[in-house]
Write a protein that binds this ligand. Structure first.
Ligand code: S3P
Length: 180
């Protein structure tokens, strides 16, 4: 089994994922980091030089490699859940958690990261742009097995919510989908 963290840019997938993996003594796999390492360049540069469709293709291939049946926490890029192929891979062995946050919070958090790190916000790093993207993506994100409202929680508290779920009987209703 693995846990897949999904949600918008700035929702805390990488920070929570790293901590959770440490706590569980599971592997941590950040899909974007793996792509950057393998391509020897940044996600921003890939968008700039090769375009978004090229990136989405790399992302699909990387997810296919990382979402295998092992004990790991996977942090997916914000757009990954919007592709059916990725979704099937996430849910084959994975329990999917949406770290939900309001656009205002997301903007505050992405503003703290280096400028240009998020190519989809490069020209318009505004609350409106984030709201637009979130609106398009919500139907996909809301298919997650668990949704955590993170606005008033710190990284440790989000991690604890996920740990609680892992210990609770509710988890027994989760089944991977080997038919996928
Ligand atoms: C993207 C989010 C980014 C990265 C790429 C595209 C998106 O990852 O995969 O810039 O489509 O929302 P984070 O969600 O980790 O920032």
């Amino acid at each position: 089994m693995h846990i897949v963290l999904i949600g918008m840019m700035g929702c805390g997938k990488s920070a929570v994922g790293r901590k959770l993996a440490r706590k569980l003594a599971w592997k941590f796999k950040d899909v974007d980091d793996w792509i950057e390492k393998e391509q020897k360049t940044s996600i921003a540069k890939i968008f700039e030089t090769k375009g978004e469709p090229f990136f989405r293709d790399l992302e699909k291939k990387m997810i296919a490699r990382l979402a295998v049946d092992d004990q790991s926490v996977i942090a997916a890029g914000g757009g990954a859940p919007c592709f059916e192929e990725n979704w099937k891979r996430f849910t084959k062995h994975g329990f999917v958690v949406w770290l939900k946050a309001q656009p205002k919070k997301l903007l505050e958090r992405v503003m703290k990261s280096p400028h240009g790190k998020r190519p989809l916000l490069k020209d318009r790093m505004t609350q409106e742009r984030i709201s637009e993207l979130l609106k398009q993506r919500e139907p996909f994100y809301s298919r997650a097995h668990l949704t955590i409202e993170t606005d008033d929680l710190n990284t440790d508290q989000v991690m604890e919510r996920i740990m609680e779920m892992l210990d609770s009987p509710a988890k027994n209703y989760w089944r991977g989908n080997d038919n996928l």
